[in-house]
Ligand binder design. Structure first.
Ligand SMILES: Cc1ncc(COP(=O)(O)O)c(C=O)c1O
Length: 343
């Protein structure tokens, strides 16, 4: 059976570099908030084009802090796509604001700007477009709404052009295009005050040791994680190119299938198609497959109470989506076998 993902192959392919990076971080004797995180933050800023990158303990925290540092909290409403990884929505709830699920586009699964406009009320303060599956969604039409825009780029490392959003939040969960060996995340922004506030929020509200300027929490990325991510950042362009090549092979082998809409900068974090008979379609493949995600936000037991308008397109994505293996270490022979089965 071809695996959906295999991180042991990632380690095997880069063991020497990874071992050296991990040893360097450990030998430094400073295991949190040290030189590796400083270097990663500089490298992420240079790579993304944003002036500041702030590393935190997860992608969810990156979203929470970007929202909080933008002044969003109780009494506010935040528009989110009704079809996304649930942490996008959970982050809004954690701030005390109310998430408002908005229906998505039938081809891209991205938040629909017209539906977003219709969902705005006097309490709406922000919108979180999600670059789902690694496809950059068009943020421009959302800017016209006059809201704070915080992009969720957890699945889209390398897909985005430098934008003008207040902040971009990302995740380094191990399976992401840029994944670490544990949890991690970052906020990218041009706003120095926002970056500085997030540095406070991730470290018990302290700038000076034991002087707590904010009621905050601990969300520090470890030095070992930062060192591993620096190795990954150097390989990211090649990894993304390999993902693109695999996704192209599948699409060329089976052009009649209902593929997730392509885009020149799509980085294929997940290679997704839609099929009404998902279970039987998957059963015919020589590969493990995934479902990202089986329920829309409006159908999730913990979140459906936030539903306002009907979101039929989000629910159709949830009913029909199927994820194929698409990771850089997938072997050519495995891609060939899958193409044969798809064709
Ligand atoms: C779109 C999206 N947003 C947010 C997150 C949350 O990231 P993390 O798992 O690092 O907290 C994820 C990953 O799970 C995600 O895919």
């Amino acid at each position: 059976m071809i695996p959906l993902i295999d991180l042991a192959r990632r380690y095997a392919a880069h063991a020497t570099e990874l071992d050296a990076a991990i040893a360097r971080a450990l030998r430094s004797g400073r295991w949190l908030l040290g030189a590796e995180l400083d270097a990663l933050e500089s490298e992420l800023a240079a790579w993304s084009g944003y002036a500041h990158a702030v590393g935190v303990a997860s992608g969810t925290d990156a979203l929470i802090f970007a929202l909080r540092a933008s002044g969003i909290g109780p009494g506010d409403e935040v528009l989110v796509p009704a079809f996304t990884a649930v942490p996008t929505v959970a982050a809004v709830c954690t701030t005390g604001a109310v998430p408002v699920p908005v229906d998505v586009d039938v081809a891209t699964a991205a938040i629909d700007p017209e539906a977003a406009r219709a969902a705005c009320t006097a309490a709406t303060r922000a919108v979180i477009p999600v670059h789902l599956y690694g496809r950059p969604c068009d943020v421009e039409p959302l800017r016209a709404l006059g809201l704070v825009v915080i992009e969720d780029a957890a699945q889209a490392h390398g897909a985005l052009e430098r934008g003008t959003s207040r902040a971009v939040a990302t995740s380094f969960y191990p399976t992401k295009n840029l994944g670490g060996i544990g949890d991690g995340g970052a906020v990218l922004t041009d706003d120095a005050a926002l970056a500085s506030e997030i540095r406070l929020l991730r470290h018990h509200g302290m700038r000076e040791l034991y002087v707590h300027e904010r009621v905050a929490t601990n969300s520090r990325m470890s030095e070992v994680e930062a060192a591993v991510l620096r190795v990954g950042l150097a390989h990211l362009p090649a990894w993304n190119e390999r993902r693109r090549a695999i996704a192209r092979r599948y699409r060329d082998a089976a052009p009649g299938l209902a593929w997730h809409a392509d885009h020149p900068r799509h980085v294929h974090h997940l290679c997704v198609l839609r099929t009404p008979d998902r279970a039987s379609f998957a059963a015919r493949l020589p590969a493990a497959t995934g479902v990202h995600y089986p329920l829309a936000v409006t159908q999730q037991p913990a979140y459906r109470r936030f539903a306002r308008a009907a979101c039929p397109r989000a629910e159709a994505w949830a009913a029909q989506c199927l994820t194929l293996p698409c990771f850089p270490e997938l072997r050519d022979a495995e891609v060939d076998r899958l193409c044969e089965a798809l064709g």
